[in-house]
Design a protein around this ligand. Sequence first.
Ligand SMILES: [Zn+2]
Length: 511
Amino acid sequence: MNNRIYIFDTTLRDGEQSPGVSLNGDEKLEIARQLARLGVDIIEAGFPIASSGDFNAVSAVAREVRGVAVAGLARTNPADIDRAWEAVKHADQPRIHTFIATSDIHLRHKLRMSRAQVIETAIAGVKRAAAYTSDVEFSAEDASRSELEFLCQVVEAAVGAGATTINIPDTVGYATPDEFAEFIRGIMNGVKGIEKVVLSVHCHNDLGLAVANSLAAVQAGVRQVEGAINGIGERAGNASIEEVAMALHTRRDRYGLETGIVTEEIYRTSKLVSKLSGMSVQANKAVVGKNAFAHESGIHQDGVLKERTTYEIMNPAMVGISHSNLVLGKLSGRHAFRSRLVELGFSLSEDELNKAFVRFKGLADRKKEITDHDIEAIVENEIRRVPVTYELAYLHTSSGTTIVPTATVGLTRGDELLEEAACGNGPVDAICKAVDKITGYHCRLAGWGINAITAGKDALGEVNLRIAENNNEKLYMGRGISTDILEASARAYVNAVNKMIYEKKNGRPAE
Ligand SMILES: [Zn+2]
């Protein structure tokens, strides 16, 4: 049997369905480019019929990201499939991914279809897709809760109609590893012609078993694994791509299988996705968490210093975490800054470099030692793919135990300086109100969180927040960094407002 595992990344589709996450077209493109560098085999870029924004994003990824298959999701109806094809057709390898549910619960309550109708619809959908492209994936939604015999009939029909990949999702994250492996073997034994197609799984993490179920399926013979970076996705999320890849890599002795993943790109990909999605990675997350390679106990530290492998099964460099921690300071020049950026894997335009260098100098005045993490944060914050309407010019706040918190904010719009002052329940509230007075939008804060990027009292603080206009559900994520957490809050708030304005102008209709 073939020992190559295909990695199907659905960060941009299922991952984007995470509550509160919304990526615009430019952000999706940026992630897709990084996914290609990471070496995934297939990028599922979206659900083209869902909205014009989704369609445009899938189409842009298909046109611009080379050397990788690009998939668009479609239900089995003709309109969905036609739209998916329109979106992916310019890809190097266009794939249509069509699905219909096969469990009795879904048939009865959602589709209101008989089993015969489901088979008929699946055949029609796959045939229509196969007329457009030779790369057709068929998914049986809620497969793991479907009756095996019926599922085999549907799968056999889809294979007969021209599907080249068959995906078996554990849509609700209900399966257990041993059970799921047995189920997969049941499909492999029960479907005529299954050996002609790639068998795939798509596992959800409701019971924390997504990666374990995926690996159990791989051992049973599956050759495509679907998942998302950082494990984001509906509810508890999808199988985490980086965990699947590192498990297969670290335990080659056990699995004897290969992926195309360039493991050194894992950390950067994880950071990019967490930055753009606004979903931070928990410190103890496997492979990419802040503590994944931190040794706390004295016994462990001593062991690692004597011989790394005493307590370390993976090496941070393998996933792209750089070793050097202190590099630049106040006296470092533009040249040193630029060459460090190149080493960290950034390629910036002259204009972006200038902006980042200004922020770097500003930070160096306030912080003695500037680490790689600081540099990454600056660059990621400074390179804005979304056109900026407002920029923070200055901020003044006063707060304390016995006074009313107030903020004075200056924003620039083009060459214009706009200034307002406001009071609030706290300084952050006052800042937001002052910004609202300038922009004319009335927004509420739907979430606010802060992380220290590096250790120490002078560490950079990173604020992630979400805003929504009053009487609107649509959320916009903003991010800002500074050694001053109020300034970081103001930058994050202005960042979110800019995104909102951009989306309003560029018409990504509500879904
Ligand atoms: Zn899913």
